[in-house]
Ligand binder design. Structure first.
Ligand code: BQZ
Length: 690
């Protein structure tokens, strides 16, 4: 064996890759280069969960003076009667700028569009923080970025407490008592029971983020009383389910409106159920700080404060401090532009192409906005469709591509073909982007470099692996051919709402062409993209990664195809069959063990195994990773230091908007419905006191 091959073989063995897999003309897999040093501006003030809030009754409560006019007019009960027995009380010491004052508006700009308000039947509100401010969940994880790692557990929210049985198979959950929906109806276990048994467990209903029984480790739901329920599990202590009770998952809807529309309870059919509360239906009841009172399609969505919101500050001020939220319906790129210009108030600077311009504008002392970079948590992957048994109803040509996708040589060829440095530089030059092989991110708590296998850029290695996969250019036109002689032609689905997604996808098309693989781009807007992804209608897809590859403990089940619908690129076919490859079965086994483990050292070891399986087998093919920056108008107070734009959740959750305020002398008088409150469900808009 020549020295070169021997060296490659030894390197491969050290990395746990079979020496046989490495050939003389193929570059040996290695570990990824260290990410360029990039210090996040500002770091969190780490606290324990108990430092942030508690649940307790206060002697007296306050509300904005203009709201009292509604009480005087008999349109609202007194504020004390609108609050739960023990409201959630934010502690002043954890409010960066202390007790706030009422008034003003936060003006968001977003790229999505509301489809309707039935989040529980899969309708999108348009993202960008609309749903985060309306739909509250049993637990909360966004603010965990500032929680000491030694105290890391989901924060209570609508669930104020929980405990496990001795054997770890029964979780008892205690809801906040006496909280009300924004229309005054009681919040209780009628809502959680409907959510679990008639949304999550109903195979004909899919909530917006796809929560299924697998999200809750197969739990069986039972009510105990109006404010207590249990989940009984087949395995002991699946503690990760508490993370899966946060945003996007266990966020109950108002069963008093939803249930009558559900086919099981007299509703016409499932389609009517999904469409029962269209985007022009106003004042849909929420548990969030605000409620939608106006929607001008393609123009703006306006929310007004929820007078029954169940959170207060230590001075007894009912929250939120901000009376209004606006969501200008534009594009994601425009959000950055308007935030630095001061016509918008908030942006997650996540499209790296906008960094230089945004940094330049924000650097001006006269800039209306402040910009702060966080950790490198925005990452993109190319996901090959790994289903071989019909998920997404493939044509014969598409099936042939899936069969190739399931061949490691083919996936290695893709990785070797990608110059990830050039991909990152095509977005923005400088220390921002890092070569990302895929899997867990460098710089996050479970990352282990030695467990990470990286197939680096090498055109020759890519061509050699294509040949091993049976692909050669038989007609000499520069593109490899499938059996039967036609050019292999892969369709790559990407999201057209973001310049970054398209730019990366175009980079992949060009680099694959350089090694002789023809790739055609299919750029889809928001919902079409989400639908194509969830239905398996793609050969390859470029995705912006979710929180599970950053935090591991949030949405853990989505780290692998642990259930029929948990993976983004390998789901069960129409018969519910999931044809896992051997290494996928090993991933599932590793993730399932992690979910059931309460031993920190064991969990670290399991994630090293997971990372090695994922990157050796190229489950997803990483592209690039980079830090995001939070852009917030300077007039706002109580913005926590070091708040990342994305970690356990997006910044719209992380900064705790219900505690954000604008000092009176900085308020800009931009409310569109001053001194008005949400009307009754279905009313055409907000209402005045008189
Ligand atoms: C942040 C986020 C808040 C969804 C969405 C959007 C959808 C996806 C993703 C992000 C937008 C913003 O992301 O890009 O900065 O404001 O809304 O929800 O990309 O198309 O389906 O997962 O969160």
């Amino acid at each position: 064996m020549t020295t070169h091959i021997r060296r490659a073989a030894v390197a491969a063995l050290l990395l746990g890759v079979s020496a046989v897999a490495v050939r003389a003309d193929v570059m040996a897999p290695t570990t990824p280069p260290d990410a360029p040093k990039f210090d996040a501006q500002g770091s969190p003030v780490f606290v324990n969960r108990s430092d942030i809030f508690e649940y307790k009754a206060l002697l007296a409560y306050n509300e904005p003076a203009w709201v009292t006019a509604f009480v005087t007019a008999g349109k609202l009960p007194p504020v004390a009667d609108r609050l739960p027995k023990e409201p959630l009380v934010y502690k002043t010491a954890n409010e960066p700028d202390g007790t706030g004052v009422y008034g003003d508006v936060m003006r968001h700009v977003i790229g999505g569009r509301p489809e309707g308000w039935n989040f529980w039947a899969g309708q999108s509100y348009g993202w960008g923080g609309i749903d985060i401010g309306l739909v509250e969940c049993l637990t909360r994880t966004g603010p965990l970025f500032e929680v000491n790692p030694t105290d890391l557990q989901p924060l209570p929210n609508l669930a104020k407490a929980w405990e496990w049985s001795e054997d770890g198979k029964v979780l008892t959950v205690h809801l906040i008592e006496g909280a009300k929906w924004s229309d005054g109806a009681p919040f209780n276990t009628a809502d959680t029971e409907f959510y679990y048994n008639d949304i999550v467990k109903d195979p004909d209903v899919t909530p917006l983020m796809g929560a299924s029984v697998d999200t809750y480790a197969g739990g069986v739901y039972a009510n105990v009383d109006d404010y207590t329920f249990t989940l009984t599990f087949p395995t002991a202590f699946p503690e990760s389910v508490l993370y899966n009770m946060a945003y996007g998952n266990f966020c109950p809807g108002p069963s008093h409106l939803l249930k009558p529309q559900h086919p099981k309870y007299g509703g016409k059919d499932y389609e009517s159920f999904q469409k029962a509360f269209p985007a022009d239906y106003m004042n849909f009841p929420t548990m969030g700080g605000w409620t939608v009172v106006e929607h001008r399609p393609d123009d703006i969505v306006v929310l007004r404060r929820n007078p029954y919101y169940w959170k207060v500050d230590e001075a007894g001020n009912q929250l939120p401090y901000l009376d209004e939220m606006q969501y200008r319906l534009s594009t994601w790129g425009d959000r950055d532009v308007q935030a630095v210009a001061g016509t918008g108030d908030f942006s997650n600077l996540e499209q790296a192409e906008n960094y230089v311009e945004s940094l330049k504008k924000a650097a001006d002392p006269a800039s209306p906005a402040k910009l702060a970079f966080g950790p490198r948590t925005i990452g993109y992957s190319l996901l090959p469709n790994l289903s071989g048994n019909g998920w997404g109803e493939p044509t014969a040509d598409q099936q042939a591509i899936r069969d190739l996708n399931r061949n490691l040589d083919f996936r290695m060829a893709i990785s070797y073909a990608l110059d990830r440095q050039r991909l990152g530089d095509s977005l923005v030059k400088g220390p921002f982007t890092a070569i990302y092989p895929g899997g867990l991110y460098d710089g996050t708590s479970y990352y282990d470099k030695a467990s990470t296998v990286y197939y680096p850029f090498s055109v020759d290695s890519a061509k050699a692996e294509l040949e091993k996969a049976g692909l050669t250019d038989t007609d000499g036109n520069g593109f490899v051919n499938v059996k039967g002689g036609a050019d292999l032609n892969v369709t790559l689905v990407t999201q057209s709402d973001y310049a970054t997604d398209k730019n990366l996808a175009e980079g992949v098309v060009a680099m694959m062409a350089d090694v002789g693989v023809k790739v055609s781009l299919s750029a889809l807007t928001g919902k079409d993209f989400d639908n194509a992804r969830d239905a398996g209608k793609f050969d390859w897809i470029v995705v912006r990664n979710g929180t599970e590859l950053i935090t591991v403990v949030q949405n853990t089940a989505q780290l692998a195809p642990t259930g029929p619908t948990t993976s983004n690129h390998h789901r069960a076919n129409g018969k519910g069959e999931l044809d896992l490859l051997d290494w996928e079965k090993a991933e599932v086994d590793t993730v399932t063990k992690f979910i059931g483990s309460r031993d920190p050292a064991e969990r670290v070891a399991l994630m090293k195994t997971y990372q090695n399986l994922y990157t050796t087998n190229l489950d997803g093919i990483g592209l690039t990773a980079y830090p995001g920056a939070l852009i917030i108008n300077k007039r706002f107070a109580n913005i926590p230091a070091g708040a990342p734009i994305f970690m356990y959740n997006w910044a719209e959750d992380n900064i705790i908007r219900e505690r954000v305020f604008v000092p009176t002398d900085k308020q800009i008088g931009a409310e569109l419905h001053p001194n008005m409150l949400p009307g009754k469900p279905g009313d055409p808009g907000p209402i005045a006191a008189n």
